[in-house]
Design a protein around this ligand. Structure first.
Ligand code: FAD
Ligand code: MG
Length: 567
């Protein structure tokens, strides 16, 4: 698949080529961030071609993401769980060995990336700085500073769009300055990605040599321990290894299995399949690799969802917040730390939900539909807790953690945005529509989308009636008979005893009763939607506070009325 040609120039590179060059020397620096790959990497290609001197391949370990945080709820830094950190180190190691095969190597530095980069540019007499363009707000701010410095000293900057197939800036421009808000309108504007052979260099015979690093402290790719973590910090680690080689292997395996590819239908996959996942598990590697073959439409359709969320995220103010986000419904979510912690730690008392959360903790990856289940449960389905809090947990633990995709999907699943947009019809086959129809039978309610709630009991049962997935991730339930595995609290005490799992002691009681909780949630969503409509989206803090107070009072009196009268 080929990137649009316009995407190869940086959206802002035009003003970063001062005529009077102050930088001396002919060295180039390739700054690796997300695209941790040698093949199909336009920034690397440019750095290597342009350099008649040395080329410095750099990765900066950013303490913001990597510093151990002992107070975090699981091993890792405050922003990244230890699975994510290890996956990154494996990816760096693989990148380093790829570079070494070509006579180069990866230089690893530590510190605030902006400051580190400025020091390198100065010390190494860099003439040309190359790095992949990044739309995430953190990188936008960082890159702005680095580019400012570079242009002030006459360093050329080359910052191509290569993380996505389309350039989000182009799409937004074509749409009159606004991000398209539906997948369908996105496709209309973007057009079909070209499937022609890429003109990019896919393999090198060698790369320019790395120059003298002078007084700058560089290291090899560190081991986990050198960053302050321990291998025994988790009893089970993610089975997915990081790195370009692994990603290419996975990609080739997926697309060489023609029958599997031909049958790929997203809503059809079994979310409870974990030994051989139903989807590609490419997401953790999409930081490293992009498709260059012509995939089947359905798989391509998945990749275009990624493009869609990247574009929308880039073009939307405060995309990662409810407040001040023009596409997000204002909903008076509840603050409840204990409930959040029970969900996060896999202690809700619903085995389907808890098994998924344990898979997240241990593996850092779960199937898309299981993500639906737990996101719905936390927000509009059962607990009515803010999607931003669930987003934070996913962001920290997922090895495919991605700012645009994660926020977009959380808004979607909490019915805060997007869902009311049209289905991606060109990419939905009759079979998928039938599947959607069947899926809907597992939802309760009709009408508004927020009325369709995933059942934490029947949804998983449909795919996995034996409860294999639950037994694997929640071994405490491994001997529970299958008729109780999704609702162990309904098992007679004799059965619980025999299964060596007493509910309330060995495994938690359900934290809410789904039927009542989901009914309450629907009522609250209904009132919040009505307010959003009435105020035309202009809802202030006080309006939201008033609604929260009203909903809580109503909830209390509902509970009072439901309580059986004592006589
Ligand atoms: P496949 O089905 O094989 O799809 C191939 C690729 O298409 C994926 O690797 C991914 O890049 C893309 N893709 C598939 N589904 C989506 C989607 N719904 N939105 C955007 N791109 C998609 N995905 C992430 O990569 N990072 C995240 O942080 C993330 N957070 C999510 C949070 C929630 C609440 C939900 C419901 C979904 C989230 N997803 C996220 C989307 C999706 O679940 C994963 O991309 C997918 O499960 C990854 O598995 P796969 O590679 O086997 O997917
Ligand atoms: Mg998937």
């Amino acid at each position: 698949m080929r990137r649009l040609s316009s995407s190869v120039c940086s959206p802002s590179s035009h003003r970063l080529n001062p005529v009077t060059s102050m930088a001396t020397g002919s060295n180039s620096l390739i700054w690796f961030r997300k695209g941790l790959r040698v093949h199909d990497n336009p920034a690397l290609e440019h750095a290597s071609k342009a350099s008649s001197g040395s080329m410095y391949p750099v990765f900066v370990i950013d303490p913001r993401y990597m510093e151990p945080d002992p107070s975090a709820f699981s091993p890792g830094s405050s922003r990244a769980g230890v699975n994510r950190i290890r996956f990154l180190l494996e990816s760096l190691k693989d990148l380093d060995s790829g570079l070494k095969k070509l006579g180069s190597r990866l230089l690893v530095l530590r510190g605030e990336p902006g400051e580190v980069l400025v020091r390198c540019l100065r010390e190494w007499k860099v003439k040309r700085l190359c790095f992949e363009y990044d739309t995430d707000p953190y990188y936008q701010a960082l890159d702005f500073k680095v580019k400012e410095y570079a242009s002030s000293v006459g360093v050329e900057v080359f910052s191509p769009v290569s993380h996505t197939l389309f350039n989000p800036t182009d799409i937004i421009q074509k749409n009159g300055g606004k991000a398209p808000l539906s997948y369908q309108s996105f496709l209309k504007i973007a057009g079909e990605p070209s499937c022609a052979e890429s003109e990019l260099v896919m393999s090198y015979s060698s790369l320019p040599p790395v120059g003298d690093v002078g007084s700058i402290g560089v290291s090899e790719v560190p081991k986990l321990e050198e960053l302050g973590y321990r291998e025994d910090e988790q009893d089970e680690w993610t089975p997915f290894r990081g790195g370009e080689s692994e990603a290419l292997k996975r990609l080739n395996n997926s697309i060489s299995d023609k029958a599997w590819v031909a049958n790929f239908e997203k809503p059809k996959g079994d979310p409870s399949a974990f030994l051989k996942p139903a989807t590609t598990v490419l997401s953790p590697y999409l930081k490293d690799v992009k498709k260059h073959t012509s995939p089947p439409v359905s798989l391509l359709g998945q990749l275009l969802w990624r493009e869609f969320f990247y574009t929308t995220a880039f073009g939307t103010r405060n995309f990662d917040k409810m407040k001040g986000n023009p596409i997000c419904k204002q909903i008076p979510w509840k603050e409840d730390h204990d409930m959040l912690a029970a969900w996060r730690d896999g202690k809700t008392g619903y085995p389907w939900i808890d098994a998924i959360m344990v898979q997240l903790l241990k593996w850092g990856w779960m199937h898309h539909l299981t993500r639906h289940s737990v996101a719905c449960f936390l927000t509009r389905g059962d607990l009515f807790i803010h999607w931003e809090q669930g987003r934070d947990v996913f962001e920290r633990l997922l090895i495919d953690s991605d700012w645009a995709i994660n926020n977009g999907n959380w808004m979607w699943l909490s019915c805060s945005s997007f869902f009311y947009q049209a289905l991606p019809t060109p990419y939905v086959s009759i079979v998928s529509l039938l599947m959607l129809h069947i899926l809907r039978r597992c939802f309760s309610g009709g009408g508004f989308q927020y009325n369709r709630i995933y059942s934490p009991v029947s949804f998983g049962k449909k795919y996995d009636p034996e409860g294999k997935y639950i037994r694997h991730f929640l071994p405490v339930l491994k001997d529970m008979p299958k008729q109780y595995i999704y609702e162990p609290w309904t098992a007679p005490l004799s059965v619980q005893t025999k299964a060596k799992c007493i509910v309330g002691k060995d495994y938690p009681k359900p934290m809410v009763m789904h039927d009542a909780a989901s009914k309450e949630c629907k009522r609250k969503m209904g009132e919040a939607y009505a307010l959003n409509k009435k105020m035309n989206g202009n809802i202030g803090d006080d309006d939201l506070k008033d609604l929260r107070r009203k909903l809580e009072t109503d909830e209390e009196s509902n509970i009072r009325n439901q309580r059986p009268k004592l006589n």
